[in-house]
Design a protein around this ligand. Structure first.
Ligand code: LRH
Ligand code: MN
Ligand code: MN
Length: 424
């Protein structure tokens, strides 16, 4: 883990500059009628879950280039997640993927407690074959033609819930790769019906207080049609299943230029928004660090969420879903957590009264300028002060580098081999 003394020393070297920046920003916001202290408290209350699978180096469909000190198992991954939370104070939970993270639940709980994190939504996996599943998912899982394959996939989801229940999780995210590569390969209507009836079986197995999230994705691994390809299908699914079913929006799962913030608004309207997989992308499901390609889009998504605060029943699971090929995953996940938190704080300083007035008057120019005024405000001193006061690092990445954590774990974690891609 990261030595607390090191964090304190690193913070001491940056504290005077931070206080000066924070005071200057406070005076600036005060002139705009905004209380910096209230924003700092919001920043402190923010949390986004880290994906266990994001702590390892991902790959492309072509190759994987492993880094030093890659986590060997869920216990190493939890160590890494503990580091991310210790430094950012913004990632209190971890989202697990089964079977990738299968281990004795009591041991996972003990490890999580030791490193100071809890568990968010569980993820099932029927987009690849499992060593202990006799039947293949090559031609689908929950929507497969064969009842036996569907039953095996349903059973896996129920097992994932069972593991999650022992860990204190209360949600299951279902993403399937089912679809087709060629027109005519499958009857799209009947395939969707098979999917729905499988999901109904899983829904019946949800324990009290649990929710099920359906995650849509436009394409990949299926390249012609995908069973749960967009938010319309996801919404239909959630509506047909019932109250405990919600939709999960992975920002990378849409066609380029799709207005994701509007999808968010519609799902809130329907009472069916359940959570997010945050990441960024330029072309497809690129799984790049949040806020590194289109930070304005991230801000606009948060603008909808902040605007909807207080909506009855709106209870969102915020998670990151990324894959790292050329960066240290811990650094990338810290950057993402901070960028998501930044968008949240920036969205929190939108002058909503003024915005409503401009909308009422059809003053498009000033309405848009009102959003951009919030987006342009550099809230870094607020984020850094929130981290400092919560016991984190003013500069998480530099503090992490100074700690030598990666080199230290590389001593005990054997170098993993490269090979093909695989992570979706
Ligand atoms: C699919 C996806 C889904 C999976 C994860 C590994 O592209 O976004 O959430 O569980 O990637
Ligand atoms: Mn995802
Ligand atoms: Mn994805």
């Amino acid at each position: 883990m990261i030595d607390k003394g090191l964090v304190a020393a690193e913070n001491t070297s940056r504290e005077a500059a931070l206080r000066a920046d924070y005071d200057a920003l406070g005076a600036h916001l005060d002139r705009r009628g905004i209380d910096i202290g209230a924003l700092k408290e919001r920043a402190k209350g923010f949390g986004v879950a880290v994906p266990s699978w994001g702590t390892g180096t991902g790959g492309t469909r072509f190759a994987r280039f492993p880094g030093e000190g890659e986590p060997r198992d869920i216990f190493d991954k939890l160590d890494d997640c503990g580091v991310i939370h210790a430094l950012t104070q913004a990632t209190p939970r971890v989202s697990l993927h089964i079977p990738w993270d299968k281990a004795e639940p009591a041991d996972m709980l003990a490890k999580a407690e030791a490193v100071g994190v809890g568990f968010d939504a569980m993820n099932s996996n029927t987009f690849q074959d499992h060593a202990d599943h006799p039947l293949s998912y090559k031609y689908g899982s929950l929507s497969h033609m064969e009842a036996a394959v569907r039953a095996q996939a349903i059973e896996h989801n129920l097992e994932t819930i069972e593991i999650g229940a022992k860990l204190g999780s209360s949600a299951l995210t279902v993403w399937i790769g089912d679809g087709t590569n060629f027109p005519g390969q499958s009857n799209m209507g009947r395939q969707f019906e098979r999917y729905l009836s499988s999901m109904k079986e899983i829904y019946k197995g949800l324990p009290e207080g649990w929710r099920i999230f359906s995650e849509h994705k436009i394409y990949e691994p299926a390249f012609y049609s995908t069973v749960v390809q967009d938010w319309g299908t996801s919404l239909m699914t959630a509506q047909e299943l019932g109250e405990k079913a919600k939709c999960l929006v992975d920002l990378g799962h849409h066609a380029p230029n799709v207005n994701i913030e509007m999808i968010v608004s519609r799902l809130i309207h329907a009472g069916k928004l359940g959570g997010f997989h945050f990441n960024d992308s330029k072309y497809g499901d690129d799984d790049l660090d949040s806020g590194t390609i289109d930070p304005y889009r991230l801000f606009l998504v948060w603008n909808e969420l902040v605007d909807a605060e207080g909506t009855p029943g709106l209870d969102l699971a915020h998670m990151i879903d990324q894959s790292h090929n050329v960066t240290d995953p811990i650094e990338s996940l810290m950057i993402s957590a901070c960028e998501i938190q930044r968008a949240y704080v920036q969205a929190s300083l939108v002058d909503r009264g003024a915005l409503a007035g401009f909308q009422q008057d059809n003053d498009a120019l000033m309405a848009s300028a009102t959003l951009r005024a919030a987006f342009r405000t550099d809230v870094e001193p607020i984020l850094a002060m929130a981290r400092l006061e919560a016991g984190g690092a003013i500069d998480p990445v530099q503090t992490y580098r100074a700690s030598g954590y990666r080199a230290a774990v590389a001593q005990v974690r054997p170098k993993s081999t490269g090979g093909g891609g695989g992570i979706v």
